[in-house]
Ligand binder design. Structure first.
Ligand code: HEC
Ligand code: HEC
Length: 260
């Protein structure tokens, strides 16, 4: 692109103010389209992935948790490892933005931040990430976690099954099993182990995907499929959507509910 002198740039902007041209259109005209061309700093999406060691990533996620919480923990463990190995573009990614996911998005206890960060990392490398994210979320819903113990833990952590992808259910189920408060140091340590476990599983998924060996082991359970048959897309009611286990929030159906 030709360099513009300051004066001619100002003249152009001045002219634009007096025309119907929007400034964004002008910027596109002068500086080129915002649909950026691939370059070293901005390669074609999805970004290239390189096989990583799941245990190394897990240990990293454990430490990253303490730098920027759960979502940052899983995301930065994978992207940070690639940044250390390969430099750009991974190094320039504003990873700290992932702090927003802490506590199920700024303490709302909605989607588990570690799962949110892991899905973001998958989506960075896999254009159609649904199968891998389904597997990760299904695994998380139904597996006793954490299943990774860091090298130098601050506390020992007992396992619990979240039955959900939600931070709220995951934390509260664990608090009940561990007999520990939700704002304790032990609970923070537990979520660091969870971030590590999720980062490890995510790395295994990415490795398998790129090796062409990925096979889903946690499909949507039959009983959830039954509910979805009437309540989800194309069903007689089509008044809900989602793949979460219905039972975790609707353990009992009303007396008028059809027998299933
Ligand atoms: C055969 C179709 C069918 C299936 C399968 C089905 N539902 Fe329903 N569901 C209905 C109908 C019809 C209603 C409306 C009933 C009414 O008028 O109360 C309903 C109502 C509901 C309601 C509203 C409150 C209530 O309890 O009536 C909830 C919640 C619900 N279903 C959840 C579920 C869940 C969870 C499952 C799976 C375990 C499920 N449904 C499976 C047809 C179905
Ligand atoms: C995380 C908790 C949660 C999960 C998991 C969940 N639901 Fe719900 N569901 C709710 C809440 C909350 C409402 C709103 C209830 C209300 O305001 O009365 C609701 C409402 C509904 C309703 C409408 C109820 C009515 O009164 O008419 C249906 C139908 C329903 N859910 C079906 C499902 C099905 C099917 C699944 C599984 C695929 C599912 N839900 C999973 C929490 C959940």
């Amino acid at each position: 692109m030709e360099k513009l002198s300051r004066r001619s740039a100002i003249a152009l902007f001045g002219a634009a103010a007096g025309t119907a041209l929007s400034s964004s259109l002008l910027l596109r005209t002068v500086f080129g389209s915002q649909d950026r061309q691939p370059s070293e700093a901005n390669p074609q999406f999805p970004w290239p992935y390189e096989k990583l060691n799941p245990d190394v990533i897990a240990e990293r996620a454990y430490h990253d948790y303490y730098k920027g919480h759960c979502m940052y923990g899983t995301f930065a463990s994978i992207i940070g490892e690639l940044a250390d190995k390969k430099g750009e573009p991974y190094r320039s990614f504003p990873m700290m933005m992932m702090k927003y996911g802490a506590g199920g998005v700024t303490g709302w206890a909605s989607l588990c931040g570690a799962l949110n960060g892991a899905a973001a990392a998958i989506a960075m490398f896999v254009e159609n990430p649904e199968a891998l994210i389904n597997e990760l979320y299904g695994w998380h819903e139904r597996t006793a976690l954490p299943d990774f113990r860091p090298k130098n833990p601050k506390f020992e952590i007992v396992k619990s099954t979240a039955g959900s992808v939600l931070c709220h259910a995951s934390v509260s189920n664990w608090c009940e099993v561990a007999k520990v408060k939700s704002f304790s140091k032990e609970r923070a340590e537990r979520c660091a182990w969870i971030a590590a476990s999720i980062a490890r599983f995510t790395t295994e998924l990415l490795n398998a995907h790129f090796a062409g060996t990925f096979k889903a082991a946690f499909p949507i359970p039959e009983r959830v499929k039954t509910c979805r048959g009437c309540h989800d897309q194309g069903g007689m009611l089509e008044n809900s959507r989602g793949k979460m286990d219905c039972n975790s929030c609707h353990p009992k159906l009303g007396p008028k509910h059809p027998k299933i």
